[in-house]
Design a protein around this ligand. Structure first.
Ligand SMILES: Cc1cc2nc3c(=O)[nH]c(=O)nc-3n(C[C@H](O)[C@H](O)[C@H](O)COP(=O)(O)OP(=O)(O)OC[C@H]3O[C@@H](n4cnc5c(N)ncnc54)[C@H](O)[C@@H]3O)c2cc1C
Length: 436
């Protein structure tokens, strides 16, 4: 359309609207805007700092710890020394009012290595449960104990899943009975796939105080291994990916803990259970609260793995020559890389939106937390698989890191709610119906 054709079409109303828009744009110059995707200098500094640790300390150690399938204590200690692992660090990342502190840190750490990253960040699931459900006193007592100190390092575990209760947390069979005579809880049951299970001091255990109430009868209990008898580690799981992160069953066998170890306090729990028994509304169940809050952060971890694979594949495609030209000069390779970048950026926007909503207590009316985790998990699996393809035979060997990244990425379709469960949560949220 020519300039004259444009002016021919201009009506007085359109001209007024255009003038109003120009005025608004020029008037906005220098004013504070309420929407921005620009990172603050503090956020950029934190990103650079964590990236440095990921590149210099984690990446070079990644292959070794993946092969060893052991918790990389020396690396967690290095992270603790610089304040990246510990109560103060996590509090600082969480305090960012935009909500972007935690996803930025997680993306960089998992760009470095996911197995080591999970060894550093696995503790935060227990921390999130204590922070979300504990009283002020419990937060002050237990969260520092989750991390220990640089010289006496600890990790923590969040134990919700059981052999027969994975996606369906209402199937939890671990029971907590209150013993009035000794003023203690007595826990019995088996927990499955607990990250850091059995090697932690603090275990946050989801147990049922009334099995007839399903997940509404659940509560979260702090079980410190150093003090409680009757808690022990079961089989350590040998895994497909995330192999530097410890995963194990945890057994509770007449495990006694003081009355005050139930998160939120016994009085509040008794009140809540009484409300549920009367058929009144009560706060959502203990495990789901923790998962809902942590989903965008978990999505950010998946993103970090995807970005690592994308960057590696891009560099490789610009170097590798076949048929007398760089392989990236073939559209099929270049377009794949373009889509990898596109999908990663799209997923990051969902993760950042949900993180901002979570931090600012904007309700997840359309399950935006689940959306972010679902998208980031699927992108990570797809991008890492494509990266293997771009590296060809090299991509399939353990001499190159992309096959490890693909193995690591797959868990993001499974834990903290499988891809199917995220779709269930989203479809229920958007429809208001009980989709099965
Ligand atoms: C490495 C690792 C670390 C973990 N860390 C922890 C941890 O720290 N703490 C913890 O509590 N748990 C942890 N888990 C457990 C994890 O959260 C569960 O594995 C996950 O929730 C899935 O449960 P499941 O394995 O029992 O699968 P299942 O629930 O048996 O699901 C099997 C398949 O059926 C599908 N399915 C199930 N129900 C439905 C449905 N209604 N509609 C459609 N499809 C459905 C699932 O999507 C899946 O594809 C970890 C697991 C792993 C592997």
């Amino acid at each position: 359309m020519s300039a004259s054709a444009t002016s021919d079409l201009a009506t007085p109303a359109a001209t007024d609207a255009a003038e109003a828009a120009v005025e608004a744009i020029s008037g906005a110059a220098g004013q504070e805007v309420s929407f921005s995707l620009a990172l603050s200098q503090d956020q950029k500094d934190i990103r650079e700092w964590v990236h440095g640790f990921a590149a210099d300390v984690m990446r070079p150690a990644a292959h070794e710890w993946d092969e060893r399938e052991e918790t990389p204590w020396p690396i967690i200690q290095e992270a603790a020394k610089i304040g990246l692992y510990g109560f103060e660090g996590i509090a600082q990342f969480f305090a960012d009012p935009t909500g972007l502190g935690l996803p930025i840190v997680n993306e960089e750490l998992f760009w470095g290595d996911a197995g080591i990253g999970m060894s550093i960040m696995g503790t935060s699931l227990a921390v999130a449960a204590i922070f979300g459900q504990g009283s002020g006193e419990q937060i002050g007592e237990w969260i520092p104990r989750c991390f220990g100190t640089v010289d006496d390092l600890k990790v923590a575990a969040f134990c919700a899943s059981e052999p027969n209760a994975g996606s369906d947390v209402s199937g939890v069979r671990t029971v907590a009975k209150f013993d009035e005579a000794t003023n203690e809880w007595v826990l019995n049951g088996q927990k499955a796939w607990a990250t850091n299970g059995g090697i932690s001091d603090v275990h946050v255990v989801i147990a049922s105080v009334d099995r007839e109430l399903g997940s509404k009868g659940h509560a979260a209990f702090v079980v410190p291994m150093s003090e409680a008898k009757g808690i022990s580690q079961g089989t350590k799981v040998s895994k497909h990916g995330l192999r530097a992160s410890h995963t194990a069953d945890v057994f509770l066998d007449d495990c006694r803990i003081p009355a005050g170890h139930v998160l939120g306090g016994k009085e509040k729990l008794d009140e809540r259970i009484a409300r549920v028994r009367e058929g009144k509304k009560a706060k959502s169940q203990a495990a789901m609260q923790t998962f809902e809050a942590s989903r965008p952060t978990v999505g950010a971890q998946a993103l970090g793995i995807a970005r690592a694979a994308y960057e590696y594949a891009l560099d490789y495609a610009k170097e590798r020559e076949q048929f007398g030209r760089k392989i990236i000069e073939n559209q099929s390779i270049a377009f794949t890389l373009a889509r990898m970048k596109l999908e990663i950026d799209a997923a990051r926007l969902l993760v950042w939106r949900a993180s901002w909503m979570g931090r600012n207590q904007v309700p997840f009316e359309n399950a935006e937390g689940s959306m972010s985790k679902l998208k980031a998990g699927e992108v990570s699996v797809w991008v890492t698989e494509r990266a293997i393809q771009i590296l060809g035979g090299n991509g399939y060997t353990r001499e190159f890191p992309v096959e490890r990244w693909h193995r690591d990425a797959k868990i993001y379709d499974i834990f903290e709610g499988t891809a199917e469960i995220q779709q269930l949560v989203i479809s229920r949220a958007i429809s208001g119906m009980h989709i099965k």
